[in-house]
Design a protein around this ligand. Structure first.
Ligand SMILES: Nc1ncnc2c1ncn2[C@@H]1O[C@H](COP(=O)(O)OP(=O)(O)OP(=O)(O)O)[C@@H](O)[C@H]1O
Ligand SMILES: [Mg+2]
Length: 234
């Protein structure tokens, strides 16, 4: 089994120098009329991460905002096809995605990352990676009971996991660590998809990531009051 160090490792290669680029992030923001951000959707399989991220991508496109969808299954078919579902492999998968997301945010994109990402420490590491580079990152808890996710079972995976055909399945025989300070929490067993998309858009607008107006929210959506409300307008 592959072993990855607990702390972020130093690059193996030496004599590496970061390419600063000649275009500033502020310049990219002005060009795109938005600020770059990673929106990290975490939650159980079947909770609705991809469904919300895809709907959001479409809505942002219609609003002329540039986004980029990073979805777990696509990543596992390509960039992370050498990884499985052990704790270390999950950690490495999330680390890679975090690095890719950071590059896109630096280019001004709104990154929509939908990953179960069951371990709090892995998600926190992606947040730290962004914040260390002064880049925006929010964690969206796609909150759905296990019973409801299992009832939906859109890929038939819970069924297979219950039969013992899939091992290390989150919520069945692998843990899921709920966020303790999610910037946004969406109860997808209580809200409609439209309400969820509106909640995220409202967050982006209120925090001046995209330009429009704030919308009222219902009780099934909770925003972290510590969430930043400042920052340069676009
Ligand atoms: N309010 C809701 N929000 C989002 N999805 C919902 C909602 N109500 C029902 N669904 C359904 O739940 C399913 C969620 O599946 P989806 O593939 O988005 O889950 P996921 O969290 O991305 O899972 P995975 O981690 O396996 O990729 C879809 O079939 C979707 O139509
Ligand atoms: Mg998905």
């Amino acid at each position: 089994m592959k072993k990855f160090p607990k702390k972020t490792a130093m690059p193996k290669a030496t004599n590496i120098k970061s390419c600063e680029g000649l275009v500033s992030i502020e310049g990219q923001n002005q060009l795109l009329h938005q600020r770059g951000i990673t929106i990290w959707f975490t939650g159980l399989s079947g909770s609705g991460k991809s469904t919300i991220a895809m709907a959001l991508e479409k809505t942002l496109f219609e609003k002329r905002n540039l986004s980029c969808l990073l979805d777990a299954d696509d990543v596992r078919l390509g960039m992370s096809k050498d990884l499985g579902f052990s704790k270390n492999d999950r950690k490495e998968n999330i680390r890679r995605v975090g690095e890719v997301a950071k590059l896109f945010v630096e280019a001004g994109f709104i990154v929509l990352a939908s990953f179960i990402s069951p371990y709090r420490s892995d998600r926190d590491e992606v947040r730290r990676l962004h914040e260390a580079a002064n880049l925006k990152f929010i964690e969206v808890f796609v909150d759905c009971s296990l019973a409801e996710a299992e009832r939906r079972d859109p890929k038939g995976l819970y069924h297979k996991a219950r039969q013992g055909k899939i091992k290390n399945f989150t919520g069945i025989d692998d843990p899921y660590e709920s966020p303790v300070r999610a910037d946004l929490c969406l109860r997808t067993d209580q809200l409609t998809l439209e309400e969820e998309v509106t909640a995220v858009l409202d967050y982006l607008e209120c925090n001046q990531i995209i330009v429009t107006q704030c919308i009222n929210q219902s009780d099934s959506i909770s925003q972290n009051p510590q969430a930043t409300r400042s920052g340069a307008s676009v």
